[in-house]
Design a binder for this molecule. Structure first.
Ligand SMILES: Cc1cc2nc3c(=O)[nH]c(=O)nc-3n(C[C@H](O)[C@H](O)[C@H](O)COP(=O)(O)OP(=O)(O)OC[C@H]3O[C@@H](n4cnc5c(N)ncnc54)[C@H](O)[C@@H]3O)c2cc1C
Length: 314
């Protein structure tokens, strides 16, 4: 059940812009919209988004080093300083009526002339036997959330991205041993994180290996490699990328690419006039908080421009 604080929210009002999402992209978009004096509302399922699950952010300009949670607390302070209303709710569908959009959640309807979809992505699953069965009992998709339960244990991280490397580095602070199991030749982390991984005695990389099953009893005990070898492990952290949360957009006939990402142009416009998209849900190949914020900010500007052109009194 969502904690829907409706104080100060007028359900009859047609907002200039509703931003969907609670991550950096949505907040960046709303901050600019508020500064353009637009009547803006943010609706997000969970405040903070994906970045709030990482322990270390060292690449956001102006902030040398912080946690993802710390970064999003700063975003929240900025949002609050502009009195931007935020509702914790999940939008399930969007429909166009006359010159505005109606956004439906389970219990409410919200109206806006323009919408920015910044709904991010969900973690990809391996889709192998044992993954679902042991979810929460040794299988995790978030080292920051679950890592502390594995003190002095042996765990593995599945994946070879920069995120996977950072998950392994975080886990290594507490556990006895971390194996990075990667199907490719060499992990693809940022050079600085790659170096940290290679220099960390607790981390070992197993390359060119896929796991095909996760086994256990009441909790995870081992993983099975493609070769058939059984490998003893206490925890499996899966970090193999993500899938865009674009179903809402698809139902509205917003165009997506083969990966399901929303197609946007350099103005963060989609093919549907009045609908903008930005961040991890959109089709840029490189996805970070800063790139999402940048697309979100452009979406706010484009929505402002759209309103100037379509609403004479604006
Ligand atoms: C382990 C890890 C480490 C990372 N480290 C870094 C880093 O150091 N630096 C960096 O810049 N990036 C990093 N990233 C990437 C970064 O987290 C993402 O690029 C960024 O969070 C994208 O922001 P977003 O707002 O577009 O999407 P998200 O952060 O995914 O936010 C999407 C939001 O939309 C909400 N939502 C979804 N569906 C709905 C709906 N139907 N209705 C309402 N709300 C909805 C969600 O609850 C969520 O709040 C990392 C990612 C991972 C996994």
């Amino acid at each position: 059940m969502f904690n829907i604080d409706m104080e100060g929210i007028d359900l009859e009002k047609i907002y200039d812009l509703i931003v969907l999402g609670g991550g950096p992209t949505a907040i960046g978009c709303a901050i600019y919209a508020a500064r353009f004096a637009m009547d803006v509302l943010i609706i997000g399922k969970i405040f903070g988004g994906l970045i709030a699950t990482t322990h270390l952010v060292e690449n956001y300009p102006g902030i040398t080093s912080t946690s993802g949670q710390g970064l999003m607390e700063m975003f929240k302070d900025h949002m609050d300083s502009l009195s931007i209303p935020y509702i914790s709710d999940e939008i399930r569908s969007i429909e166009k009526i006359d010159d505005y959009f109606v956004l439906h959640s389970f219990f409410q309807q919200f109206k806006a002339y323009t919408v920015c979809i910044a709904t991010g992505s969900e973690r990809k699953k391996l889709g192998i036997p044992g993954e679902e069965e042991f979810a929460g009992r040794g299988v995790s998709y978030c080292a920051t959330c679950d890592g502390p339960f594995y003190k002095d244990k042996t765990v593995c991280v599945i994946g070879g991205s920069d995120s996977a490397a950072k998950e392994a580095l975080f886990l290594a602070q507490n556990v006895k041993k971390v194996y990075i199991i990667y199907r490719g030749e060499e992990i693809r982390a940022e050079p600085i994180n790659k170096k940290r991984v290679y220099e960390n005695d607790k981390i070992e990389i197993i390359n060119n290996t896929n796991i095909v099953e996760i086994k256990g009893d009441t909790k995870v005990k081992s993983v099975i490699f493609e070769s058939g070898k059984e490998f003893k492990i206490d925890g499996v952290f899966i970090e193999i990328g993500s899938l865009p949360n674009s179903d809402l957009a698809k139902k509205l006939e917003v165009e997506t690419n083969k990966k399901g990402e929303i197609k946007i142009n350099r103005k963060s416009e989609t093919n549907v006039p009045g609908i903008f998209a930005a961040g991890d849900v959109a089709d840029a190949p490189f996805k970070q908080a800063i790139t999402g914020v940048s697309e979100g900010v452009i979406a706010a500007y484009s929505a402002f421009d759209y309103l100037k052109q379509t609403k004479i009194e604006y």
